[in-house]
Design a protein around this ligand. Structure first.
Ligand code: HEM
Length: 170
């Protein structure tokens, strides 16, 4: 490991944790804000909550998600964590990304397309989001010994077959 690269690990972790706090916090807040998209609150308040939700999603929550994922990806290589709990964490992070996409889609549908739209009640999304966030925290903080990822035996053995094309040899 290049020594100065070792030195950036704590800084990268701070960036990772700050970004994911904003990302996850935003994912909890946005469904609550979406639930306030009710014309009954009056036009001025409606415009304010619509704008806050739009800018919150595009300027804060989405960039935080990108920073959390980019810094986490760098950390995998710097910390050399090619282990089962990390791969399990990545599978659960995919659920978080799917939730992020659902929030964006709902935001566009409810706040930015014409017609009457029913806003989703916030309790369901909050409970659904809690599951992957707690699972990720459990995996990353407990770092459980999950053993080997089960793969079929034939994937581990050379098949003795030739490639259908020539590859350069040294
Ligand atoms: C694609 C997304 C992500 C990647 C690639 C990633 C990767 C990593 C890596 C490699 C580490 C360093 C682990 C170590 O030093 O042993 C780390 C630390 C951490 N990650 Fe992530 N992460 C991601 C998303 C998240 C999310 C969404 C959360 C929380 C909801 C999270 C929570 C944490 C925490 C709390 C730590 C500090 C753990 C420690 O140092 O013991 N990460 N992450």
């Amino acid at each position: 490991m290049i020594p100065w690269l070792d030195g950036i690990i704590p800084h990268l972790k701070v960036l990772h944790i700050a970004a994911l706090a904003l990302w996850c916090g935003g994912l909890f807040a946005l469904p609550l804000m979406l639930a306030r998209h009710d014309p009954a609150i009056g036009q001025a308040d409606y415009a304010r909550i619509r704008q806050a939700t739009h800018y919150g999603y595009t300027l804060l929550v989405t960039p935080s998600a990108v920073i959390a994922i980019a810094s986490g990806t760098l950390l995998i290589f710097l910390r050399d964590v090619f282990v089962a709990w990390m791969f399990a964490k990545l599978v659960v992070v995919a659920l978080l990304v799917a939730f992020h996409g659902w929030v964006g889609h709902t935001l566009v549908t409810v706040a930015e397309t014409e017609g009457a739209h029913q806003t989703p009640a916030p309790l369901g999304p909050t409970l659904i989001l809690l599951a992957p966030v707690l699972a990720i925290l459990l995996l990353v903080l407990a770092k459980p010994e999950l053993g080997e990822i089960p793969v079929p035996g034939w994937l581990r053995e050379p098949r003795g077959a030739q490639l259908p094309f020539d590859v350069p040899r040294r």
